[in-house]
Design a binder for this molecule. Sequence first.
Ligand code: TYM
Length: 349
Amino acid sequence: MQTSELQQTNQEAKGKDSGRRVFSGIQPSGDVQLGNYLGAIKGWVERQAEKTNFFCIVDLHALTVGQDPEELRQQTRSLAAMLFAAGLNPDKCTVFIQSHVPAHAEACWLLNCVTPIGWLERMTQYKDKSANQERVSAGLLDYPVLMAGDILLYDTHEVPVGEDQRQHVELTRDIAARFNHLYGETFVIPEAVIAEVGARVMGLNDPNMKMSKSFSHVRGHAVRILDDPKEIERSFKRAVTDSGNEIRFSDDPEKAGVNNLLGIYKVITAKGNAEVEADFADARGYGDLKVRVAEVVINELTPIRQRYMEFMDDVGELDRMLARGAEQAAAVSVPKVDEIKSRMGLVLP
Ligand code: TYM
């Protein structure tokens, strides 16, 4: 196909769903925790009807660190069930598995060839994940290029993520700008959309460390979306706070624990700071605070856990929903990857 024809095809694809495009992703590794939910999934669900949204279960990213094959397969379906249970609706948005749309791996290769290695070596997440590892896969270094491909294939305007992904979205912008400079206007330059609250939920056992799937097995660190109410209450009761008794928002590192608990309460209740503090004016110490925060979290997560079980009971239907998502994603990303190839001088079949 000639470039002009390709552009026309892309124009048609764009015309079908005009308006702003939103793309985000989540890895099917480890247990999905409250930080993923409050920093990303909850916002995706709330805004899924507003724009054209693509949500991707990034199984290829999960492979960058060692995975047990059977566990990865199970966790991928489990994550899909959880996203639908949390409220993503396939009639309103596209939910799909990354490896079902080969354009993602192809885009990664093509973009690799315009990305200087130095840009990747500077990524803080790469430095953290590769520190103290005996063997680091090439995939781990390349991880942000795969992510850039994910985003750029959909002419994405907005990328709703937690704070920890900001640097990767910045890199995506740099890669897009470099490609546009080398080969002509091809990519929309995307923007990270980072919520004011919820973007950085901290570990309950250490409020100076981000809550993370990788540590969700550590006792008291994370609340997992599928934890039962008793477990959630136990985790909050054990949460590290300070030796004082003042329940208020604060930047003071000493009060990071209380601040984190209030932040969690704030995102779930959608209240302002003053209102949140007023809710706790009659609290008898941190014990009370912990129980009440646990309560709103339990109320939020219980229906999700129940719906999750229903989706997991009908894996056939789940797979059909994902196949539909992959088809919708491919309709946009396949013409785009052809455009990239064509720009770079590859002969299209
Ligand atoms: P992942 O799977 O680590 O996390 C999924 C989303 O959850 C957010 N998040 C948090 N938010 C607040 N507090 C926390 N403690 C917390 N922990 C995690 C993450 O910021 C993320 O938004 N590289 C990505 C996945 C990805 C992607 C993409 C994202 C692949 N391709 C394209 C956006 C666009 C990742 O590993 O997310």
